[in-house]
Write a protein that binds this ligand. Structure first.
Ligand SMILES: NC(=O)c1ccc[n+]([C@@H]2O[C@H](COP(=O)([O-])OP(=O)(O)OC[C@H]3O[C@@H](n4cnc5c(N)ncnc54)[C@H](O)[C@@H]3O)[C@@H](O)[C@H]2O)c1
Length: 337
């Protein structure tokens, strides 16, 4: 059985990915430090859900290992890489979030760049040749050309977060070049769905509408995002796993994983309002520094190489997200009774 190390596996995307890898017959090791960027209890719940899925699918407990620790800590990596026969690393652990990176750029570079370098170094030392890196659409900055293609220049990041992700891609290329590693860098475009991070707009807005909280609404509503439903992202990551496994040639490439179209902020709020059948209370504010005006993915390269094809339209994805959100609120209420 092949073992995949998923860093950041207790988080939003990582917990879904772990379930999918287990279902696809891999052994999965999660390395996560349960960072308090958002409440760690949410990540504990994600781990519980992984166990539940394993139970339902009758996946043996021995196929899953949770290691609590920091990707920057040598002793943690040393004991993990020395004791486990790791076949591939899928590196999702990061400080995410554009605005917070402007407040604390040193931390973002420490985790996202130094942390990535430490993992690549461990792979080199242990001759692990397969690596997937979670990059981001934010590397495109205020790209004028729509949709964004992997061939576009990404030399003008507009936030420390974006610069850290671009740096991660550069390190990945370097390790591919020097040490014959096969590496896929995946540029995720705003991912949403059940377990979405509470700091991301769709989650924040839904939470505020449900709880009658005023919503800070930045700009005139025309800024737009290419939203990607979580199950589509997971299909894309699995596509990258197969792409790396497919042949023995060592390769490096970058892939956009986006949805099917760009949705304006205004229309995103309206879709949530319609789904909840309740109006938002908006507090109009100017656009924030570091925020991109638009993201839009050209996915033709991923389609061709990874067989990537997003299938969940935005309205359906929002419906699924809201159903999950309302259910998890119900569960919380029951917990307190
Ligand atoms: N969610 C999105 O829309 C999106 C978009 C583009 C890129 N990404 C990237 O995808 C990856 C996963 O994002 P997510 O939304 O699931 O975020 P998340 O915050 O839910 O998951 C990241 C996980 O990494 C862990 N982590 C942070 N620092 C760590 C460290 N030093 N050592 C070990 N673990 C650490 C956190 O505890 C968390 O569980 C990140 O690299 C993020 O930058 C996400």
């Amino acid at each position: 059985m092949k073992t995949i190390l998923v860093t950041g596996g207790a988080g939003f995307i990582g917990s879904h990915l772990t379930e999918a890898l287990l279902e696809n017959g891999f052994k999965v090791i999660i390395l996560d430090n349960f960072h308090s960027y958002y409440p760690p209890i949410i990540k504990r719940k994600n781990i519980e859900e992984i166990h539940l899925t394993m139970n339902n699918r009758k996946i043996p407990l021995s196929n899953f290992l949770l290691t609590e620790g920091d990707i920057r800590e040598e002793s943690v990596l040393e004991s993990l890489f020395n004791t486990q026969n790791i076949y591939m690393v899928i590196h999702l652990a990061a400080m995410a979030g554009v605005r917070k990176s402007i407040e604390n750029p040193l931390l973002y570079f420490d985790v996202n760049v130094q942390g990535t370098l430490r993992l690549l170094e461990k792979c080199r030392k242990k001759s692990i040749k397969k690596f997937i890196f979670a990059s981001s659409s934010s590397v495109y900055g205020n790209n004028n050309k729509i949709p964004f293609s992997e061939k576009d220049s990404v030399d003008k990041p507009i936030s420390p977060y974006a610069a850290s992700k671009k740096s991660g891609e550069l390190l990945c290329y370097n390790y591919h070049h020097l040490y014959d590693m096969s590496i896929a860098c995946l540029r995720f475009f705003t991912v949403y769905g059940p377990r979405q991070r509470p700091d991301l707009a769709i989650h924040k807005f839904s939470h505020s509408i449900i709880n009658d909280i005023k919503i800070p609404f930045y700009g005139d509503g025309s800024s737009s995002r290419d939203y990607t439903y979580i199950s589509d992202i997971i299909q894309g990551i699995l596509g990258a796993v197969h792409w790396i496994e497919n042949d023995e040639i060592k390769k490096y490439d970058i892939f956009n994983l986006g949805g099917d179209k760009s949705i304006s902020l205004k229309s995103m709020v309206e879709t949530i309002e319609n789904t909840l059948n309740k109006k938002a209370d908006l507090q109009l504010l100017p656009l924030q520094p570091g925020d991109m005006k638009i993201t839009s993915a050209d996915i033709s390269h991923s389609q061709k190489q990874l067989g990537y094809m997003p299938t969940i339209p935005f309205q359906e994805g929002i419906r699924k997200f809201i159903t999950w959100k309302l259910n998890s609120l119900k569960i919380k209420e029951q917990d307190y009774k």
